[in-house]
Each structure stands twice: as structure tokens, then as C-alpha cells.
Design a protein around this ligand. Structure first.
Ligand SMILES: C[S@@+](CC[C@H](N)C(=O)[O-])C[C@H]1O[C@@H](n2cnc3c(N)ncnc32)[C@H](O)[C@@H]1O
Length: 202
């Protein structure tokens, strides 16, 4: 999908390569983390849509060998080595098996989701698929993120995303929208960030 302006690797792609990350998307999480002070050593973190593994590697580095990370993705990771505090399940987040795996490793202090359905090119279809994915992730956060915890989720704009934002407002004391600098200008993705989870079922 090399569109106009993607012929040469951009600044973030080159930086990712230099710093050992498999994808430039790591700088979206870095900016979100720096602005919201999310990650600390010892936390229990879940990464939904983890492949190729940039966000996961960023988390592992921030955990400094304490706490743990669970990740799930349809595709395998592309990381040079294994980490003892990183548990990965390859499969569809919508399946019972994936759900069981995530529950086994929970509860979590932080849930991250950069998951994005394969784009069809039809914006209506893509925003609908994104909606279903984000709804599932919010339900997972409701169930698996502990009181005071946080979540970050990627959302495609142009559908019913305000419903999702409102749903997050029922679960977290503070919810905000954020478009990191590393998001390509032509992209319609945005991140919803939920902070300070209310008392819930977890
Ligand atoms: C933009 S990539 C994530 C990049 C990752 N954060 C990183 O920095 O390396 C989105 C990922 O979501 C995954 N994904 C989409 N739908 C999924 C599903 N139903 N279950 C699990 N993973 C899914 C895709 O396979 C893809 O790898």
C-alpha cells in the first residue's frame, strides 16, 4: 500500500530501525506515554494487536524486568528474542481461547490496543470493523483492568466513535482523545485514552 509520499522511509521509520523497533508506530505510544505517564516498572500490561511488536518492546523496556506483559495478535511477532515476562498468544481476540489466555494473565494495570482490522478501502466498512474491535477491547478493560488503571485504544474516525468514547466515560474517571504526531496526516485514526478506572467488576 505504498501511496504518495511513502516512497522513502520517513523520519520515524528510520528512527525505529536505529532504536531496534520493528515498526514506526512505537512513537505513537511513546508520545502517549510521555504525556500521560502511563508506564512504570512492575506493572501488568496487556497489548492487543501486538504484532510486529514495537509497542510490546517499548513496554518491556519500560517495565525493566519487573511486572509482566501479555500480548495477542493474529500475526506472529517480529522481535529478535524472547522475554521471560512477555506472554504472547497468536490468534483472534474474538475467540474464546484468546479471551481465556488474557484472563489468565490478568488483571491489568494498563490495557493497550493498537489493533486495527484489515482495511478494505471502504471507509464505512472499516469504521464498522474498528467499532466492533474497540467495543470488545473496552469490555475487556471493564472486566480486566483494576481500579485506578488505564487504557489506550486506537479508533477509526468517521463512524459511531462517540458512542465508544461515552462508553469509556462510564468506566474511567477521565477520558480523552489524542492524535500523536507520528500518525500519518492522511490517516483517520485517533487514540482514546481512559485514565483512573472506576471501581468495577474486576
Ligand atoms: C497497527 S498493527 C499493531 C502494531 C503494533 N502496535 C506495533 O507497534 O508493532 C495492528 C495489528 O492488529 C492486529 N489485529 C487486527 N484484528 C485482530 C484480531 N481480531 N485479533 C488479534 N489481532 C488483530 C493485526 O494483525 C495487526 O498486527
Amino acid at each position: 500500500m505504498a501511496g504518495k509520499g511513502r516512497a522513502r522511509p520517513d523520519h520515524y521509520t528510520q528512527k525505529a530501525k536505529k532504536e531496534g523497533y520493528p515498526a514506526r508506530s512505537v512513537y505513537k505510544l511513546e508520545e502517549i506515554d510521555q504525556k500521560n505517564r502511563l508506564l512504570k516498572p512492575g506493572m501488568r500490561v496487556l497489548d492487543v494487536g501486538a504484532s510486529p511488536g514495537s509497542w510490546s518492546l517499548y513496554v518491556i523496556r519500560k517495565l525493566k524486568g519487573q511486572g509482566h506483559l501479555a500480548g495477542v495478535d493474529l500475526k506472529p511477532l517480529n522481535l529478535p528474542k524472547k522475554y521471560p515476562n512477555f506472554f504472547f498468544y497468536q490468534g483472534d481476540i474474538f475467540t474464546e481461547e484468546a479471551g481465556n489466555f488474557l484472563r489468565e494473565k490478568g488483571p491489568y494495570d494498563l490495557l493497550l490496543s493498537d489493533a486495527a482490522p484489515n482495511t478494505s478501502g471502504n471507509r464505512l466498512v472499516d469504521t464498522r470493523r474498528s467499532y466492533d474491535l474497540v467495543e470488545l477491547v473496552i469490555n475487556l478493560a471493564d472486566e480486566q483492568v483494576g481500579k485506578g488503571g488505564a487504557m489506550v485504544v486506537k479508533v477509526f474516525q468517521g463512524g459511531d466513535e462517540e458512542e465508544l468514547f461515552a462508553k469509556m466515560g462510564e468506566i474511567f474517571n477521565k477520558v480523552k482523545r489524542f492524535k500523536p504526531k507520528a500518525v500519518r496526516s492522511e490517516s483517520f485514526e485517533i487514540y482514546f485514552i481512559g485514565l483512573d478506572k472506576r471501581e468495577g467488576s474486576s
